[in-house]
Design a binder for this molecule. Structure first.
Ligand code: IMP
Ligand code: MG
Length: 188
């Protein structure tokens, strides 16, 4: 099927959406990342920990391309208040359902931005003694980093733009866009 317009979701007056990464490119890259994970953990089980809510779509596509025994769990944190800027403070909103001791844990994130969320999560999860602790992120915005963290599996490195779609939101909207799009607001 040809890639249709980005905006199956109508933006509000003055908001603009511009496609940054098309759905076919996302699909292809997700498959590559999954194959890399499959290679790296050959013969073992991986436990994917999705960071709600942004990572849910990436995780659901990723897990189906991993050719290993898998299990999944979710954790929720809040770092962003409303809007585009991080509050800088991370809070745990929902913990994991089960123990991760001895498991090969891959934390699945939508985007690495300042790095505050992921470094907080790594600190929390490390204490629970997983066998391995890795980071998979669909997107990486390294120019915004405040904490020195690197993703082990990164889909795309992007410039310093605010993006939505494929799980990423602006005030909870736009998660259902199939492409990753840059959102610009009227005041900008
Ligand atoms: P960090 O703690 O600054 O690395 O922020 C990570 C979280 O902020 C991500 O999991 C996203 O939920 C959110 N975030 C960061 N950049 C963007 C963006 O461009 N669009 C939408 N959400 C973003
Ligand atoms: Mg978010």
């Amino acid at each position: 099927m040809p890639a249709g317009p980005a905006t199956s979701v109508a933006p509000n007056h003055g908001e603009k959406l511009k496609v940054l990464i098309r759905r076919v490119a996302i699909q292809k890259r997700v498959r590559e990342v999954a194959h890399q994970i499959t290679e790296d953990f050959k013969g073992q089980r991986v436990h994917l920990v999705g960071v709600l809510k942004g990572a849910c779509i990436f995780l659901s596509d990723l897990v189906r391309e991993i050719n290993l025994e898998t299990s999944i769990d979710f954790i929720a944190v809040s770092s962003y208040g409303k809007g585009k800027e991080s509050s800088g403070q991370v809070r745990l909103l929902k913990d994991l359902d089960s123990n991760i001791a001895g498991l090969n844990v891959i934390v699945v994130e939508d985007i690495l931005d300042t790095g505050l969320t992921i470094s907080y999560l790594l600190r929390v999860l490390e204490q629970r003694k997983p066998a391995a602790l890795r980071i998979a992120a669909l997107l990486d915005k390294p120019s915004r980093r405040l904490q020195d963290v690197k993703g082990d599996y990164v889909g795309f490195t992007i410039p310093n733009e605010f993006v939505v779609g494929y799980g990423l939101d602006f005030n909870e909207r736009f998660r259902n866009l199939k492409d990753v799009c840059v959102l610009s607001l009227p005041a900008e």
